[in-house]
Design a protein around this ligand. Structure first.
Ligand code: BTN
Length: 263
């Protein structure tokens, strides 16, 4: 079996900031929590926390994140920037672009983005992203990602059947988690440097090209209501622009797309 360790990941890693320090655990509660406990330490920008298994993996909106030991890529990165913390949505979107590109480059699978934080293949979720900020003086941000890599169809709990997939299911062979994580870190660093320099426009073009919902009729579950309309794109802050059935355009900053006619 492939060795998933700090050394194998570091050898051949082409990054300057992200992954300069990598921790690989056998088991953790949530890698986001481990990252937060490291975030206040000196010089933690770019620190990466990976684990073989998670006992308390969490998703958006307080949901649980399903994973199985040694079959997934579960990680969190500590990033830093006060400017970026205002634009958390943008960072989530940038990470979904980065992970989609890494999946495409590693497996040649048609990975697409489902706003705001999912990566899907043929309409089923293969990766979730959880970006968190906390009120700290240092302004760190933690970006967590969970990718279903070598799971088989029977590994998924029943409630995820038809909704989630893995790279192995989609390409009928195992994917190297070391190669995948190297590419994910490389693409996340590229995106991070663009955003830090305020050069988000390239990201928007990539997002449009990789979006599974652009131009599609979608239904968005908001905290207190449901909005339906055509997805027109995202604005400079990463909010979704929806043309409602009434013809009015609406800006949506948080919500979950219930269905989309995905690629
Ligand atoms: C979602 O789609 O709701 C986001 C899921 C994010 C899951 C990852 S797994 C690694 C990191 N640690 C966590 O506890 N969550 C994220």
């Amino acid at each position: 079996m492939e060795e998933f360790s700090k050394d194998t990941i570091k050898s051949g890693l082409e990054t300057q900031i992200v992954g300069q320090k990598i921790y690989v655990y056998n088991k953790t509660a949530s890698t986001n929590d481990v990252a937060w406990s490291l975030a206040e330490k000196h010089n933690s920008e770019g620190v990466v926390v990976l684990t073989e298994g998670q006992t308390k993996g969490r998703g958006r909106l307080g949901r649980e994140w399903f994973s199985l030991p040694q079959k997934c890529v579960l990680g969190s990165i500590i990033l830093k920037s006060n400017m970026l913390s205002e634009k958390l949505n943008l960072l989530t979107i940038g990470t979904s672009v980065a992970v989609s590109k890494a999946i495409r480059n590693t497996t040649f699978l048609p990975a697409y983005i489902k706003w705001p934080n999912d990566v899907v293949i043929r309409g089923k979720k293969v990766c979730g992203i959880l970006t968190e900020k906390r009120k700290t003086k240092t302004g760190f941000i933690v970006v967590g990602f969970g990718i279903n890599v070598n799971l088989d169809a029977e590994d998924f709990p029943r409630d995820l059947c038809g909704k989630a997939t893995s790279l192995k299911i989609e390409c009928a062979k195992k994917t190297s988690r070391v190669e995948l994580v190297q590419k994910v870190l490389f693409e996340i660093e590229k995106m991070y440097l663009y955003l830090r320099k305020g050069e988000g426009s390239q990201l928007f073009d990539e997002w449009k090209e990789m979006s599974s919902i652009m131009g599609e009729q979608v239904r968005v579950i908001l905290p207190n209501e449901v909005a339906e309309g055509q997805a027109l794109g995202i604005d400079p802050d990463g909010a979704l622009i929806l043309r409602l059935d009434s013809g009015i355009s609406r800006r949506i900053t948080e919500g979950t797309i219930e269905y989309a006619y995905c690629n």
